[in-house]
Design a protein around this ligand. Structure first.
Ligand SMILES: Cc1cc2nc3c(=O)[nH]c(=O)nc-3n(C[C@H](O)[C@H](O)[C@H](O)COP(=O)(O)OP(=O)(O)OC[C@H]3O[C@@H](n4cnc5c(N)ncnc54)[C@H](O)[C@@H]3O)c2cc1C
Length: 442
């Protein structure tokens, strides 16, 4: 049996940040990804937009690994809403390279792709080991579920929540695609990199789209066209269809939904071609992976709510913060509900929401943390999930070093101390763990 300090399942934004943080804090880490490549949603169903990570006063509330992923974004403020402000976006190929570079720099970290967790074996209140789909048995002192949909936790029989209260319906899914060679001179505003230019593009394309929709030329329930520029200002990523009723926890459902997604993509491309600027535009790619917004949310020691987000919650056990809006893509495909975080513009995410209620040594390190459907719609973005992952990885390393893997014994003040050492944004008291030395200073 292979033995490590921390085993992390899932190498999306959350899992990668968890792995980097745990290894940087001195733990021997194994990161398992069932797909052939690391990167998860942000790379294989690219999303383009760097979502809000500044408070209303323009101070970043995520200064952690997120900054290493998107350094250029820190030269701007995501709270700058002037028409001439840039829409901050990323190129998934660059993000992928950056992930690889950061992961390969950590001597205590091993990454395996094409090998997922297939079953989880408990030893009373603890998880003892997992078996991978290659048949390997791996024991760890702490496990981190970074599978987005809470797959590892479900295999460990942990309680989970799914969808909105009442009917359990999940946010819609989207198949994204990219287009290039757009003739910007034929747009009303001849660029789409700025907020003003992009808003003008959306209006022009949405007018065309709504007309086509009235004429019955698309079955896409979405009410308008949404696209974001790549950083080069030459290509666009379309996040512009709503595929409803996709439950990623049902085997085969995600794969089956791609067919519907492809039909909606094709319909939209044909409509776009009617605009002179898109007459000769090229389809750069259609994602091979369906973009899934929501799956299981694992029950933790605390359930973060919409009231917490909109009430700018401040928790004694904060280990991460998030500034992104409540952003619910309607499960039925209707209009998206977006609500800004008021006042300071951000809320705390408590450590208890990262601690799975039903195990002693399991942390949640991706969008499957413990929160309601509404709260999840906010912290699920890369800025939120990367902060969650970094906190989970740091806590896991501390639990290994000081408490034989009991994650509840990792004190939030210690976690914040180590996060702050890594320059992450934290608020509240910080205490150095006993005898703590930054691994890199030894
Ligand atoms: C269409 C769409 C548009 C979006 N737009 C934006 C946006 O503009 N900006 C933004 O910041 N966010 C956006 N988001 C949200 C954001 O991209 C994701 O929520 C976030 O990237 C999720 O990161 P994650 O680490 O939680 O999960 P993921 O990136 O999904 O990673 C989970 C990984 O776990 C792996 N896995 C699953 N099961 C196992 C297993 N048993 N063993 C091992 N590995 C496993 C999966 O293969 C996957 O690689 C969007 C999401 C969608 C779907």
């Amino acid at each position: 049996m292979t033995k490590v300090d921390v085993l992390i399942a899932g190498a999306g934004a959350g899992g990668i940040c968890a792995a980097l943080a745990a290894a940087r804090s001195g733990a021997r880490v194994l990161l398992l990804e069932k797909a052939d490549q690391i990167g998860g949603t942000g790379v294989h169903s690219p999303v383009s937009l760097i979502c809000k990570f500044h408070g209303t006063d323009h101070r970043p509330v995520n200064l952690g690994i997120h900054r290493e992923l998107f350094p250029f974004a820190y030269l701007h403020s995501t709270q700058d809403f002037r028409p001439q402000a840039l829409r901050l976006t990323y190129d998934e190929r660059e993000l992928y390279q950056r992930y690889l570079m950061l992961l390969s720099a950590e001597p205590l970290l091993t990454v395996r792709t094409g090998e997922g967790v297939q079953s989880v074996h408990r030893d009373g209140s603890r998880i003892g080991h997992v078996i991978t789909d290659l048949g390997r048995e791996i024991a760890a002192r702490v496990f981190i579920d970074a599978t987005a949909n809470g797959n590892l936790s479900a295999m460990a029989d942990c309680r989970a929540m799914k969808g909105r209260e009442g009917d359990g319906a999940l946010q819609s899914a989207t198949l994204v695609f990219g287009m290039g060679n757009v003739d910007v001179q034929k747009l009303k505003v001849a660029e789409f990199k700025t907020r003003g230019g992009l808003a003008s593009l959306w209006r022009e394309l949405s007018d065309l789209y709504r007309k086509a929709k009235k004429e019955g030329r698309t079955r896409n329930p979405k009410s308008s066209v949404v696209a974001f520029p790549y950083p080069d200002g030459k290509r666009l990523l379309f996040n512009s269809n709503e595929v409803t009723g996709v439950d990623p926890t049902v085997p085969g459902a995600e794969e089956a939904s791609k067919e519907k997604g492809r039909e909606l993509v094709q319909e939209l491309i044909e409509i776009l071609r009617e605009h002179p600027a898109f007459e000769n535009a090229t389809v750069e790619f259609v994602a091979n992976k369906m973009g899934i917004r929501e799956g299981r949310r694992i029950l933790g020691d605390y359930i973060l709510t919409e009231q917490d987000c909109l009430g700018e919650a401040r928790f004694d056990d904060m280990v991460a913060a998030c500034a992104y809006e409540i952003d619910i893509h309607d499960p039925g495909g209707g209009p998206t509900r977006m609500v800004n975080i008021p006042g300071s513009g951000y809320y705390h995410i408590p450590y208890r929401s990262l601690v799975a209620a039903d195990a002693e040594n399991l942390l949640l390190g991706s969008r499957c943390i413990s929160g309601t459907h509404e709260a999840h719609s906010s912290y699920r973005v890369i800025s939120g999930v990367s902060a969650v992952g970094q906190a989970a990885g740091t806590a896991a390393a501390l639990a290994v070093r000081y408490a034989n893997g009991d994650v509840r014994a990792a004190r939030p003040e210690w976690i914040r101390f180590v996060l702050r050492e890594q320059v992450q944004f934290v608020e509240g008291n910080v205490y150095s763990p006993p005898g703590w030395k930054t691994p890199y200073s030894e």
